[in-house]
Each structure stands twice: as structure tokens, then as C-alpha cells.
Design a protein around this ligand. Structure first.
Ligand code: SF4
Ligand code: SF4
Length: 352
């Protein structure tokens, strides 16, 4: 899924914003709510995220902007897109109207438990020309969705002729010793896979650290002194990178990887008014050091060490969320710090 890279508009001092280049490989997040609350979820989705699903109107607006950015195809993700199948069908219809191809729809397959419903859904998707299903399968999801359901859905796709891929198939051999139709707790997975499966899975994924995954880094990663992290800390111009970006149900652009930040898509594409998003600008132009300066003026006191610059960035943003920065999604920070169960590594052998 590598994409060509280009940058979006530039925020530069008080100069006028510039027009964007083409958009590449985007995803539309139709909701934030999910039946699961996986410990690696970059978007911190969960059953307690605010309910809501992308509307036809927002979808049409997004499609118009994407067309202007010359995007040819997108994927649909969430949250769990299948929590509202009618909403999903509506979203796909809008893509079709705008002549934007749908590469795949992401799902954790929770709905495959019900045979007749899942057959109906798969047939409908096929009729709508929905590309493929990206079906999640890994030890993190196995805490919330029995891993037998992704496999059942894969078999159904085979029989109905709908393309799919398991994300990621490589985890199947290690899971296959477990009961397929039950969920499995962290303790069970540690016993049956290996004690350090959480960090090993993050490594195998090449997991981007953000959202709820910051907890994995904090539990398993080494920590570095603040001064070391800030030394030569680069600016973050990739915040406006247009390869593998996402747009959420409210029509906001989410930078690739740096979740919890968001801007209206129209502004991310057409130009960001200088001064409107000071926190975003600080990061874009001066990186985490500039963000720390901004936060220090508002009372943020850093810890002596963090596992990474992005981890520090997350905690500064979590502190500033709810303090008048429109570019921060307040719920993201609360939800990222919820649902992650830790254990005491002094009492156990947490090999990583
Ligand atoms: S990773 Fe996917 S299935 Fe898990 S909580 Fe996030 S959106 Fe839901
Ligand atoms: S420091 Fe912050 S803005 Fe920069 S790449 Fe890391 S998470 Fe993204």
C-alpha cells in the first residue's frame, strides 16, 4: 500500500497559504465508535466513543474535495464501519456518484457471527462494487473478537466471490492453538502465545505509536531523558503529507500517523488560515520543541523522560486538549488513556 508522496498546503509565518498538490491514498473514517477497544488502536476507538456515523451530506462534501485533489480511490474504515450497515451503503453510494473507487472496507468481522446477516451484507457489498474487505486478525483484536469470526468471514467472501485480505494473515499460526470462538484475555494470550506478545506484535506490525498504542510504548519501551529527545528535534512537515491520510465523519483531515490532531479537510487542501491553528503550526514549523514552549506557557510541566518524541507530543497535546485548541480532538486523548490493561512487570516476567 505504498503511495507516492506529496505535501499539502504550507503554513508559513503570516504569508498566504499555498495550493495543494494531488492527494494520494486516503481513507474515510465513517465513525469512531467500535465494538472493540484494541490496545493498539491509533484512533482510540471504543464502545464509549461518541456515537455517530458519516452522513450523506458530509460524504458528498468530502467526495467533492477529494475529486478536486484528483484522488481516484479511497478505503473506508472507522471505528467499525459495519455498526451501521445502512450508513455504510449510503457512503459507498456517494463514492460511486463521485466516481471514486473503493479499494476496501476495513472490519473486525464481529458481524460474521450471524450467518444470514453476514451473507446478505457480503452480497450487497459485492453488488455495490466494494473492492474488497480488509479483515482484521491479530492478537490485539482477539481480546475483543473471536479470531474464528475473521476466518468465517473470509470463507464467506470466498464462497460469494468478494475479494478480501486478512490483516494480518501472519498472526494466524500463533492464534490457531486457541479456542476460535471465544475472546481471549491478555493473561490467556500471554500464557498461550508468549509473555511479551504485546510488544512482539507491535514490532511485527511496525506499529505507528499514537492513540492507545502509546501505552504499549510506555509499558515496554526504554525511556529517554527529555534533553536528549529535544536535541535536534525536527519540525513535523509531514503533518500535511497526503499519502495515507484519513478524513473523519465530520469531514476533518487527520494527518497520517499523528492522530488526535484534525483540521477541516477543505482547509487542509485549500489552505490553512495563518494563526487559526497555533498548536498545529507550532508542530508543523518547529516540531515537539515548539509545542513544548507553547504548552509551558500554559502550565505544562514535562516528566523527566519519555519513550519517544511522539510520546511526549501526545502527552503535551493531552494536557492542552479542552483548552481552546480547535485542532485537538479532546475525546481522542481521554479514550487513548482508557481500556489499556497493564500488569506489574516486577511480579511477572514481561519479556519483550
Ligand atoms: S483497531 Fe479497529 S477494531 Fe480495534 S478498536 Fe480500533 S477501530 Fe476498533
Ligand atoms: S512529534 Fe507529534 S506531530 Fe511530530 S510526528 Fe510525532 S506525533 Fe506527529
Amino acid at each position: 500500500m505504498a503511495s507516492p508522496s506529496t505535501r499539502g498546503p504550507v503554513v508559513s509565518g503570516d504569508s498566504a497559504v499555498r495550493a495543494t498538490g494531488n492527494l494520494y491514498h486516503g481513507g474515510i473514517m465513517v465513525n469512531y465508535r467500535c465494538n472493540a477497544a484494541c490496545r493498539h488502536c491509533l484512533y482510540a476507538c471504543s464502545p464509549t466513543r461518541t456515537p455517530g456515523y458519516i452522513s450523506r451530506e458530509t460524504m458528498a462534501e468530502i467526495c467533492g474535495i477529494l475529486r478536486r485533489g484528483h484522488i481516484g480511490s479511497v478505503h473506508i474504515g472507522g471505528g467499525e464501519p459495519f455498526l451501521d450497515f445502512t450508513g455504510l451503503v449510503t457512503a459507498i453510494a456517494e463514492l460511486k456518484k463521485a466516481d471514486i473507487d473503493l479499494d476496501y472496507v476495513e472490519t473486525n468481522a464481529f458481524w460474521a457471527r450471524d450467518d444470514s446477516r453476514s451473507r446478505e451484507y457480503v452480497r450487497t457489498l459485492k453488488e455495490l462494487g466494494a473492492g474488497a474487505l480488509c479483515i482484521s486478525l491479530d492478537p490485539y483484536h482477539a481480546e475483543y473478537v473471536p479470531y474464528g469470526l475473521p476466518l468465517k468471514l473470509a470463507r464467506l467472501c470466498d464462497s460469494e466471490g468478494l475479494d478480501y485480505f486478512l490483516w494480518k494473515q501472519q498472526f494466524l499460526p500463533s492464534l490457531s492453538g486457541l479456542e476460535a470462538l471465544s475472546v481471549h484475555s491478555r493473561e490467556e494470550l500471554e500464557k498461550h502465545l508468549r509473555p511479551g506478545y504485546i510488544s512482539a506484535t507491535a514490532r511485527d506490525y511496525g506499529l505507528r505509536i499514537g492513540g492507545r498504542a502509546i501505552n504499549i510504548e510506555e509499558e515496554y519501551g526504554p525511556s529517554w531523558p527529555l534533553a536528549k529527545l529535544l536535541r535536534k528535534a525536527p519540525a513535523c512537515p509531514d503533518l500535511l503529507h497526503t499519502g495515507h491520510f484519513h478524513v473523519d465523519l465530520e469531514g476533518c483531515f487527520i494527518p497520517p500517523g499523528c492522530t488526535g490532531l484534525r483540521l477541516p479537510l477543505a482547509e487542509a487542501v485549500d489552505g490553512i488560515p495563518p494563526g487559526k491553528y497555533p498548536l498545529f503550526e507550532a508542530l508543523y514549523e518547529g516540531g515537539v520543541a515548539a509545542l513544548l514552549d507553547l504548552a509551558a506557557g500554559r502550565g505544562f510541566v514535562p516528566e523527566p523522560s519519555y519513550p519517544s518524541r511522539c510520546n511526549l507530543c501526545f502527552h503535551i497535546r493531552a494536557f492542552l486538549a479542552g483548552k481552546g485548541f480547535a485542532e485537538l480532538d479532546e475525546n481522542h486523548y481521554k479514550e487513548s488513556l482508557t481500556y489499556y490493561s497493564r500488569r506489574d512487570c516486577e511480579d511477572h516476567h514481561c519479556d519483550s
